[in-house]
Design a protein around this ligand. Structure first.
Ligand code: FES
Length: 576
């Protein structure tokens, strides 16, 4: 049997059986009004849809699914919409990252267990994109992703504002008393003007670019605004392409190769992408058996220029990036750094797909000759405080703080941080280093985006705009500042971060890629001996499973038993 016929034979196994099971399988579709010839003898394409009304970023995906269906039908396939759980970044508590792996499991098992020959993945918000890719990669049937696209640019007064880079900045202005409650309400009204994911180069925008750079999403699709008709056209074409992928037997493992991941990491640095993409790319790679070590991000960063002038590393938003030429125009500038021969889901190689790419607005996309930064927009740190690594987004940091030694001011939990950070009695100066413990994958749990520790209101009023902040937590991709994240191993499992005390000295040496606690080895050993781990936050349900099996940030925070892939099921027998 050829690869192609094997792919198409999945749905046949369900629909061509003459027994009781076959009757049940066909009846499921007949009862919806589909005659047998509409779903037999043609590839069945599942539209894996993370639409939800509690996820504004994905709220238009059902409509997008209708356009995918047109394409599948046009190409001779049978489309079926398969809803999956969805994860809404600002709404879901304690953090969507706790549930990324749960969604990945749902996507994987729904694909594995149903009569699908290929899938179109619809996802938009931060975690839904990596979760869908992780799940599909672990089943490895033909797959193409269509992301939801960014919301329209926000507007407040005469300023262009983006959720949520400007939320952070303007919230600090509110806390410092420089804007009032009415201003804050007007900010809220003008911030999110349409459905679609956050408009800066946050995690969702970054992951949409990663899907495109990996070759699993159509070229040029990442930056198209959510409500632009051209995104619907991309969706219809993706329906056609899904049928073509089934016919050709092209699977995610053919696309998601080591070279594809290296291209994506190059793209990550060229766009000034979210630190969260480091975790997600490692996790996706783990599903297809590709080794992407943390240090690879630092190695490729050094020689990749930052070209996208998009917040939080720059001045513009995703809608502007689309008009300026989108990701293809950026990749075209760094062709010599890419593996151009890799295939993409739409047919051409990456190099071929970049033909005709051009910069239409050099203010938004810089040329290779005039980059925002020559290289090193994201660095990986090591040291006695982070033996398994930590990440710093240098392009969003304050240059003067990249080499810094200061006194630690420690918060043992997110709750303690919020209870005390604005206490006028807090003993803190602008030269101190804010340290958050227990914000990691196990500690919080779920590794929330609390690594962007707020600057104390008293210091804000004195005009302080940035301080060195370190934690085992994550930061929103829209966040900025001199923020060291993803410290591994985390405090909750006894990593060195657990032993830092207020008053200790810490040295950040970005040039040497070091983060060190300036405490003697003997003292550290004594603190380790005296350390008592906290009990798990839950003893039942998914949360308990998560806490027992989640891996550290340098391993992508996947659950240890989900790494790798296993084949899709055949029809089997439900009845005796
Ligand atoms: Fe969904 Fe920001 S809230 S991408």
């Amino acid at each position: 049997m050829t690869e192609s016929s094997r792919s198409q034979s999945r749905s046949r196994e369900w629909f061509e059986a003459g027994d009781l099971d076959g009757l049940g399988h066909r009846s499921t579709f007949r009862m919806q009004g589909f005659p047998e010839e509409s779903f037999t003898g043609r590839p069945v394409i599942g539209i894996i849809d993370s639409w939800s009304e509690v996820v504004g970023c994905n709220a238009h995906l059902r409509e997008l699914a209708e356009h995918v269906k047109r394409g599948v039908l046009r190409a001779g396939g049978f489309p079926v919409e398969v809803p999956v759980i969805s994860l809404g970044e600002p709404v879901m508590k304690p953090t969507t990252m706790l549930y990324r792996n749960l969604m990945a499991m749902a996507v994987e098992e729904l694909i594995r267990a149903n009569p699908l020959d290929g899938v179109v993945l619809l996802a938009g918000c931060d975690k839904t994109i990596p979760a869908a890719l992780m799940g599909a990669a672990s089943v490895d049937i033909p797959s193409i992703m269509v992301t939801g696209g960014p919301m329209l640019n926000g507007r407040w007064r005469d300023e262009q504002i983006g959720a949520c880079t400007d939320c952070w900045r303007l919230h600090d202005e509110l806390r410092a008393g420089r804007i009032d409650d009415d201003d804050w309400r007007q900010v809220e009204l003008g911030m999110c003007r349409s459905v679609g994911h956050c408009s800066p180069m946050g995690t969702a925008s970054t992951m949409a670019c990663m899907a495109e750079a990996l070759g699993i999403a159509p070229g040029g699709s990442a930056a198209i605004p959510a409500v632009d008709a051209r995104r619907r056209q991309v969706a219809e074409r993706a329906g056609v392409q899904a049928v073509d992928l089934v016919a050709a037997g092209v699977r995610p493992s053919d696309i998601l190769t080591r070279h594809a991941f290296e291209n994506a990491i190059r793209a990550l640095h060229a766009i000034g992408g979210s630190t969260n993409a480091v975790i997600h790319l490692i996790a996706i790679a783990g599903r297809v058996g590709v080794d992407v070590p943390l240090d690879l991000f630092d190695d490729l960063s050094a020689t990749t220029p930052l070209l996208a002038n998009v917040k939080p590393s720059g001045a513009y938003l995703m809608e502007d990036l689309f008009y300026a030429g989108g990701l293809p125009a950026i990749l075209d500038q760094v062709r010599d750094l890419l593996h151009l021969e890799v295939p993409t889901v739409t047919g051409p190689t990456l190099g071929e797909s970049l033909e005709g790419a051009t910069i239409r607005d050099p203010r938004v996309i810089r040329t290779r000759e005039r980059p925002l930064r020559d290289g090193g927009s994201l660095v990986v740190l090591r040291g006695n405080l982070c033996p398994d690594g930590a990440v710093l987004k240098r392009s969003a940091a304050t240059e003067a703080l990249l080499q810094h030694e200061g006194r630690a001011v420690v918060f043992r939990s997110v709750e303690e941080l919020h209870d005390t950070i604005d206490d006028p009695a807090l003993d803190i100066t602008r030269d101190d280093i804010l340290v958050l413990q227990n914000g990691g994958p196990v500690g919080a749990p779920g590794m929330p985006e609390t690594g962007h520790l707020p600057i104390p209101a008293r210091l804000l009023r004195e005009g302080v705009t940035d301080m060195v902040r370190i934690s085992d937590a994550r930061m929103s991709g829209t966040g900025f500042g001199t923020v060291v994240l993803h410290i591994a191993p985390e405090a909750a499992i006894g990593g060195p971060l657990a032993f830092v005390r207020t008053g200790d000295r810490i040295r950040l040496d970005t040039a040497a890629r070091r983060l060190d606690l300036l405490v003697s080895d003997d003292e550290l050993a004594a603190r380790r001996d005296a350390w008592v781990p906290r009990p798990p936050s839950s003893t039942r349900g998914y949360r308990s499973l998560y806490e027992r099996t989640v891996m550290q940030a340098d391993r992508g925070c996947d659950l240890d038993f989900l790494v790798g892939w296993s084949p899709p099921l055949g029809a089997g027998r439900t009845h005796g």
